[in-house]
Design a protein around this ligand. Structure first.
Ligand SMILES: NC(=O)c1ccc[n+]([C@@H]2O[C@H](COP(=O)([O-])OP(=O)(O)OC[C@H]3O[C@@H](n4cnc5c(N)ncnc54)[C@H](OP(=O)(O)O)[C@@H]3O)[C@@H](O)[C@H]2O)c1
Length: 240
């Protein structure tokens, strides 16, 4: 059986943590990049702050060591999941250049940096999955930098698909709807009433569980017939 490895960002909690468990269940070894370590066992942790544009300088060597000690180059497929994300409340009239650049760094530039570190050791059968958002293709008020960055992720995914023609590496952007994680709870200030109201806007009248998103990411990563696709996974949102 060939070796296979998941390299994920933001696996310390939420959708990322559930995704690690899903891939581990299928025999993948896992490397996680985040500022705080995952509590899951059997994961190689690399502590990085991807809001620092220089993270890749230190991260590249650690990452190559982690990958190459477990999977010599050319002998196994790699799945990269760009999951780490930053959501700020801001608007087109007030967002500062510094804050905007920070969100773009974490959500868009860091994935591009990680791709450049890993592509030289990715063999045919490997995959790159971007975790976008419903807000990759629509906008709401007061999330200007996030909406912009999640639209940009779709552009990056489509560019990835075209630039990797003939490599046997496929790519997709999985777009979660409202998922019950710290990010969503923090965004609504922990207000259960707001969470219930959000759930009432979903056709199933509930939030998505992180493990459901993990399954969608697993499908996007392992089924190359989905290539260059924007894959919405939101339980159906009620059109108002
Ligand atoms: N929850 C939702 O409703 C929802 C909806 C649509 C899209 N999404 C997307 O799904 C993805 C996962 O979100 P989630 O809900 O699971 O969020 P979460 O629980 O807040 O987890 C975010 C992850 O990103 C990592 N991260 C954040 N800033 C980082 C940085 N500067 N450097 C390295 N890692 C960083 C965090 O790790 P550390 O803090 O340990 O660094 C954490 O593991 C995100 O891309 C998000 O935009 C979520």
């Amino acid at each position: 059986m060939s070796a296979k490895m998941l390299i994920i960002t933001g696996g310390s909690r939420g959708i990322g943590s559930a995704t690690i468990e899903r891939f581990q269940a299928d025999g993948f070894s896992v490397v996680n990049l985040s500022r705080t370590p995952t509590a899951l066992t059997g994961v190689t942790q690399i502590n990085v702050d991807m809001s620092d544009i220089g993270w890749a300088n230190q991260g590249a060597a650690k990452l190559h060591d982690a990958v190459l000690t477990r999977m010599p180059s050319g002998q196994g497929r790699i799945v990269v999941v760009h999951n780490a994300g930053l959501l700020e409340k801001d608007s087109v009239g007030t967002v500062t250049a510094e804050s905007f650049a920070n969100v773009m760094q974490v959500n868009v530039i860091a994935p591009a940096q990680l791709n450049q570190i890993l592509l030289p050791i990715m063999v045919p059968g490997s995959a790159i999955v971007y975790v976008g958002s419903t807000l990759s293709e629509k906008a709401v008020a007061n999330s200007c930098s996030y909406v912009t960055s999640k639209h940009a992720m779709v552009g990056l995914m489509r560019a990835t698909c075209q630039d990797l023609i003939g490599t046997g590496i496929h790519t997709n952007c999985v777009c979660p709807g409202f998922t019950d994680t710290e990010m969503l709870r923090a965004h609504v200030g922990g207000d259960q009433g707001i969470l219930d109201s959000i759930a009432s806007g979903v056709t199933f009248n509930r939030l998505i569980q992180p493990k459901e998103m993990a399954e969608a990411i697993y499908v996007a990563a392992t089924q190359p017939v989905f290539n260059g696709a924007v894959m919405h996974a939101n339980l159906g949102q009620i059109e108002r």
